[in-house]
Design a protein around this ligand. Sequence first.
Ligand SMILES: [Zn+2]
Length: 483
Amino acid sequence: MNRTTLFLVTGLLLAACTPAEPPPPQTTANTIDLIVNGDYVVTMDESLTVIENGAVAVDDSLIVAVGPADEINAAYEARESLDGSRRVVLPGLVNGHSHAAMTLLRGVADDLALMDWLTNYIFPAEVEFVDAEFVRIGTELACWEMIRGGTTTFVDMYYYPDAIADVVERCGMRALISATVIDQRSPDAESAADSIDKGVGFIERWQDRNSRITPIFGPHANYTLNAEQLRETREAAQEYGVPISIHLSESPYEVQYSKDTYGSTSIVMLEGIGFFEGPTIAAHVVWPTDEEIPILRDRKVGVIHNPTSNMKIASGVSPVTKMLAAGVRVGLGTDGAASNNDLDMWEEMRLATLLQKVDRMDPEALPAATVLRMATIGGATAIGLGDSIGSLEAGKRADLIQVEFDDVHHVPTFDVLSHLVYVTDEQDVSTVVVDGAVLMRDGKFLTLDTGRVASEANALAARIQSALAARNAEASAPTGEQE
Ligand SMILES: [Zn+2]
């Protein structure tokens, strides 16, 4: 029995194993929700199985079988079948770190260092402009962009998390949504204690409400919260049994701040206060020391690599290959659109591998298959969802995409994995399925009114622009004072 037949049989067995019902007659096809066909099905399973002329059978939001298209189509009758000619099927991409609503601040301040960018531009702009309506529109814009690019799951950290969750619930994506905890006046809280209290309310409202949405805590960083506040946030997360996402070891500034303030680098400092005693998703991790990498591995911290943001803000080059070799779980993320400036995971994959190669002067560093794993099953594992998403295998949630391979840049196709990493753009994604529901079919959005989102986003951006212009004019007006 070959591997693909084994998949099919396992899937058929799973599908047929509903205990209370008699097995269907041998001659009648099972009726299921959906079959997604492809010239190639890239499963991202343990053996990186690629099935030529394959198909994925989906029923009741789960993958029930993966195998050769002729066998799947003979075994099942589907209510909807997606044509797969000149298309590649693969798991939906996992964006492990984003600030979705920052799409509305795309390009508001570029070409600056992290602390200058954060303290002089982003934090003040957020306090002035960000409210629940901003977050709703910005998150809709982000979900539109992510669905268009084949991202099916994201880990978000922003303000007004209820507004984020409402959008995710309606647009059909899967997300871990962090209630931001930060020790300063923010758009939705006055202090760290206030943001923890509000985070608890958010978790209570959303825990167990929708299986696609996981509410979590998002303590911003160890330079915007003190040790006691970080510990309190972890305690609250433990009380509710939810993970935490945090910015960690992102910039030389943070490393120095941590040494000066706590007497140790960030990861050692957090280990020292028991912060890693629950599931942690750590964004960036650009500057881990050799002593810190084993802590990340042993504590099963999910590291999210953000190559574009790290390059744009000149935070540095994360030692991704070193962390992977040490057994650290590493996924990929875009960060917010104000430091990227888009949410394109294909670009992130490409930059991740190119950056490692040139940094290490090693063309074999981070090969295509490894970086594709980081964007799918590796990222899913890093955020704690490796058992339910990230690969196309019977029993997993049906989060998958079709990528068109008929544009000139895919001709010819010698190696599908190579194309997906080095060639494919977000515009090549044609169909997106999350939890068995089709969110985009042949480029058409089924859960988002993109025209409305665009006009609301443009109207809000115009208001931000005129307020910024007025503020700048005021700042540059002569005051009459002499130095
Ligand atoms: Zn971030």
